[in-house]
Write a protein that binds this ligand. Structure first.
Ligand SMILES: C[S@@+](CC[C@H](N)C(=O)[O-])C[C@H]1O[C@@H](n2cnc3c(N)ncnc32)[C@H](O)[C@@H]1O
Length: 659
């Protein structure tokens, strides 16, 4: 039998200590952590300091923020949701720091891709807050540069950190928690601009490891022609893998379909009608057509595919091997091999020759080439530079919402391309700075295109729209009290518009959960002080245990969800069946992936009896969670040997701390 006590102290430490105990048992010889032994095992001494590290005032606070346990829960809101019963996608209202802590049990190592677009800390106003700077005096005091009378304690006053420090303190714990949720082949993509890109990269190096850096993509938007110095207009997408060496070992390749293919195919089709089998004329016309395109036309990236034959558009590709191999250095039809040999073995060369794919120059000293057809090379690695003017995304969102209610949403087509390249069928995508919900919309757009089912979790704080901004004013006028309500409505409208476009396709929907104060009574830890008598200690214990472990008036289904999330690995897309067994309500949580199920999860907050257990056909594989103050000891004593640690009692006795 296990006891579940929501005691408000950190069990993060316990989990970490357990892991350390497992890896370095000799640092725990007396049961307690021997700090010196641990440092010794790591080859460090007490005074060891890293030669190079990234610090800012506030890092200690940021570390604490990551560790402190959460005292909130997620409350389901069926009414505001869109097709709750079948929905697998989830929109969560709340501060993402709290939410990430609540996702830890159910989603540890479960997320394939995290995309976030946090506030950039520009200091400007948008629909949301984008200024993290603290007042100068506060910063100087907090960093000990002035005393409480305002007198300088140093000759070199530094104030730059007052802008960046608080932003880093906000980001650090969120990134630490987010990393836990990523699968081993998972990846995080973060949009950012020049205000914080340099700090964010160092921060990500610290949290994810510099060795897991993949790329700093540039997203080119509209250039500012009237800028005083340079045109700007770009921001960045930092890409880090959870474990880059794992991607390498598994030969993971991210691929996306090239842009600009359709216009080329259409042109070749026209030329075919015009010139029939005169491929020379077609080739000449195709080259003229490429020249007529604007520089930023997506087809220009493929302008080297400028020859046409009966099989399609091609270019003569190099046929030299990149690495020397003896079996590749043979003479082919009188042509000498390149220095490192041919790219193909003899058998492949023979096949290519039969297919008419080899191009033989008249001059035998020149190289044989291979015809590389565009239709055989439609995919490539996602580009590190993305060209997309953001005004298009804003205009689409304004049209969908009937007014401008959110500033600068991300383009769903760019996000969809990235999701297509990096994720696969069944993958989960998380965005915990959801804004207007572009990530969810993009996943829905992409799924039918490549026939895959990806799901999403989005988190958005119920921040009030900034009334000093046009978008904020419009949002408030339209009745959206919070940005979260904008997110939810955008996704409802997106679902309905995409549904119309793809009649008969899977029903789009999402569940809404809202962050609310806990339904469980969280006691402070019991302190056994040396001077306490047995009686005063007992009184303290009785005071704590007398009351109910659940807050009065809490809705049973909300309590059940909270216990399921905090005491088990239940996910938010589970379905809940409510049973009434002779007056005792039992909630059964069924995961969406029921195949992976080894037993049922049953939660009852009422006077559960052995008869209830019989009526449920309780099996040894089932997990049963009961309220300690509601069940007879005889029931738990009978069930405990059968269910062992799968019988969990919700209790109010806090952990004892000896001082
Ligand atoms: C740059 S916007 C994201 C825009 C989004 N990518 C889109 O396309 O609409 C950042 C969003 O993060 C939200 N946000 C800021 N702090 C948050 C927090 N602690 N938890 C959840 N959301 C937060 C802001 O309200 C804002 O909507």
């Amino acid at each position: 039998m296990a006891i579940f006590v929501p005691d408000g102290t950190s069990d993060e430490f316990d989990a970490l200590l357990d892991q350390l105990r497992d890896i370095v048992p000799d640092a725990f010889l007396d049961g307690e952590l021997d700090r010196a032994a641990l440092l010794d095992a790591l080859g460090l001494d007490e005074d060891s300091k890293p030669a190079f590290s990234f610090m800012w005032p506030g890092i200690e606070q940021a570390r604490r923020d990551a560790r402190v346990p959460t005292t909130v829960t997620l409350k389901p809101d069926d009414d505001a949701s869109c097709h709750w019963p079948d929905a697998r996608d989830v929109l969560i209202e709340g501060d993402n720091l709290q939410v990430l802590k609540l996702l830890k049990n159910g989603y540890s190592r479960a997320v394939k891709l995290i995309y976030i677009d946090p506030p950039y800390n520009t200091g400007d106003t948008f629909t949301y807050k984008d200024d993290f700077a603290v007042p100068e005096r506060q910063y100087l005091e907090e960093t000990g540069q002035v005393d409480d009378k305002g007198n300088a304690t140093t000759s070199r006053i530094e104030t730059g950190g007052r802008k960046h420090g608080p932003w880093l303190t906000m980001m650090f714990p969120r990134l630490v928690l987010a990393r836990h949720l990523l699968r081993r082949d998972g990846v995080i993509l973060i949009s950012i601009d020049d205000n914080e890109v340099h700090h964010l990269r160092l921060l990500l190096d610290a949290v994810f490891g510099a060795e897991n850096f993949v790329d700093m993509m540039t997203w080119r938007g509209a250039r500012k022609g009237d800028a005083k110095l340079t045109g700007g207009g770009q921001d960045y997408v930092l890409v880090y893998a959870r474990d880059r060496s794992y991607l390498k070992a598994n030969d993971v390749r991210w691929r996306e379909r090239k842009e600009g293919l359709e216009p080329i195919y259409a042109k070749v089709q026209d030329l075919r009608t015009q010139f029939g089998d005169d491929f020379e004329a077609m080739t000449e016309s195709l080259r003229d057509w490429y020249k007529s395109l604007a520089d930023d036309h997506p087809s220009t990236a493929h302008a080297h595919y400028n020859r046409v034959d009966e099989k399609g558009v091609w270019f003569p590709d190099n046929i030299s091997s990149p690495n020397y191999r003896e079996n590749l250095t043979y003479t082919w039809k009188g042509y000498h091999p390149p220095a490192k040999g041919w790219r193909y073995e003899r058998a492949t060369m023979e096949r290519l020759d039969t297919e008419g794919r080899l191009v033989y120059p008249e001059d035998m000293s020149r190289r044989v080439q291979v015809k590389s057809y565009l239709h055989m090379r439609e995919e490539w690695a996602p580009a590190s530079v993305i060209y997309r003017d953001r005004r298009g995304a804003s205009a689409s969102l304004d049209t969908l919402m009937g007014a401008k209610v959110f500033d600068d949403p991300k383009s769903t087509d760019v996000l969809a391309r990235l999701f297509h390249a990096i994720t696969d069928d069944g993958d989960l995508i998380l965005d915990f700075f959801a804004g207007s919900g572009s990530t969810g919309h993009a996943v829905w757009e992409q799924n039918p295109k490549d026939g895959k089912t990806r799901n999403w979790i989005l988190v958005q704080v119920p921040e009030e729209p900034d009334a000093s901004e046009e978008s904020g004013k419009n949002a408030l006028a339209a009745g959206y009290k919070t940005i979260f309500e904008v997110t939810a409505e955008r996704l409802r409208r997106a679902a309905s518009s995409l549904q119309q476009d793809t009649l008969g396709a899977t029903q789009l929907g999402f569940r809404i959960f809202r962050t609310r104060p806990t339904n469980l009574v969280i006691d402070k830890p019991l302190f056994a002080m040396p001077e306490m008598t047995g009686q005063s200690y007992l009184t303290q214990v009785l005071d704590h245990t007398a009351g109910a472990p659940v807050v009065e008036g809490a809705k049973p289904i909300d309590v059940a969800w909270e216990i399921a999330l905090k005491a088990t690995a239940t996910r938010l897309d589970a379905s809940v069946m409510t049973r009434d067994i002779e007056g005792v309500t039992v909630f059964e949580f069924v995961p969406s992936d029921a195949d992976a199920l080894s037993g049922r999860l049953l939660i009852s907050l009422e006077a559960f009896t052995l008869a209830t257990a019989d009526a449920l056909n309780l099996s040894d594989d089932d997990t049963l969670i009961l309220r300690g103050d509601q069940v007879e000891d005889s029931v738990t004593l009978t069930l405990a040997p059968r269910l062992q640690s799968k019988l969990i009692l919700l209790e109010r006795v806090p952990r004892e701390v000896s001082l």
